[in-house]
Ligand binder design. Sequence first.
Ligand code: ADP
Length: 492
Amino acid sequence: MPPLKVLFVASECAPFAKTGGLGDVIGALPRALRRRGLDVRIVMPLYAGVPWDGLQTLDGVLMAPMWYGTAFGAVRLGRLPRSDVPVYFLDYRRYFDRPYLYGPPGGAYSDNLERFAFLSRGACALTKALGWVPDVVHAHDWQTALVPVYLNTVEWAQPLHGSASVFTIHNLAHQGVHDGGGMFITGLGREHYRPEEFEHFGTMNLMKAGLKHATLLSTVSPTYAREIQTPAYGCGLDGVLAARRADLVGILNGIDVQEWDPQADPYLPAPFHETNLSGKATCKRALQHEAGLPTRADVPLIGLVGRLTEQKGTDVVAQALERILAWNVQVVLLGTGDPPAERFFADAARRHPDRLTAWLRFDEARAHRIEAGADFFLMPSRFEPCGLNQMYSLRYGTLPIVRATGGLVDTVANYDEATGGGTGFVLHDLTPLSLANTVGWAVSTWYERRPHVEAMRRRAMAQDFSWDRAARTYERLYLDAYARRRGHRFRG
Ligand code: ADP
């Protein structure tokens, strides 16, 4: 029986090009789907930073119909590392031979609409050139939101007539909003500039068009899937999402369980495991030493790793910090972000040299050592589509203290004092007082009910956050999308 054919169209894929969580998903999910036997392939731009050696140049030219005529590109073929998943790189220097993926920090290239229209149209052209017609095309975020639209319009003919589309939201904050006058750049007629497709309060919104046209929709956690249907989290598209609620699912991202493995992590001074946590005590001592804090096993150590931004709630951490440090605790922080936040934590660390250390930089190895050496991990996000750090923490037996939002709800179970159940500590109101109280609750549990903490650690470490679990659910979603588009089930 031939396998289900799935084409990923994406603007990022780790390790080739990545600015955030999207790149991690595209770099991992296809490999897990391949292990399930699907014929999955990826198409993405050939950016300047992609390592070219090892890529094979395919014969022929890629002809992508653009508003001004045909764009002639080339195609290079590589493989997703640790797999045989083909990655097709669309080579078109004028659009992609630039220092950044989307634009310099804080900015965007003025021709992004044209660049990603090329990617979307080029992906459709590629399948025809290869003679490989996908059963499902999986598009991601606004950069490839035109793909579901093309499949319903200019590609609504053989051979792509039967190709269903799945559109996944990784970051609803970026919607690909452009001036309505740019509609012609998509190659679609002005008649598509209407509220049922692209038009959104006087602008052209690619994300909206993708959400309207895709056969089925997903986002990266079940709770976030519900939240984005409400005004508080919907970034203006809550109405569009609520109208398609029956077609929208939340599938929790996985993590790279090879890279984040406490038993075999090259960055750690000692390995550990849920049945033998003595290595974790060694990691704690080493982390305290690295941070210049007193090396005391009898004081709880709280870690925080991430971007110091409003999304992550670090402004509230700042407001609660004095209250938190008034307890007998230590805090280590690793992050970069808003300059006032960086200044605040640098200053606070100077005032509390024996309680707080703040590293204001990006350091992968140290992030591993914090996840391993801390007792608790603080992540009080305002919104969190999925979140990775809390999953790394759980896997390393470091109990997360999180706010009840998005993927944090779906991964962390709140401590139950009566039974000792749970895997972390959850707060609801993002206020300094509520945050300090929840940290206080975790700290007092650590001091007074140590057996509960030890049991929670083991429970946390036993959770399954592998991509294999997510891949099972995506496969079901693809089969549903296929049946919806074709009117019958996939028979292979
Ligand atoms: P987001 O993608 O919203 O920033 P996630 O929790 O999903 O948040 O993922 C953040 C990733 O970035 C994690 O892998 C985390 O370890 C890493 N990270 C963030 N800031 C730093 C830093 N300063 N040093 C090392 N790793 C960091």
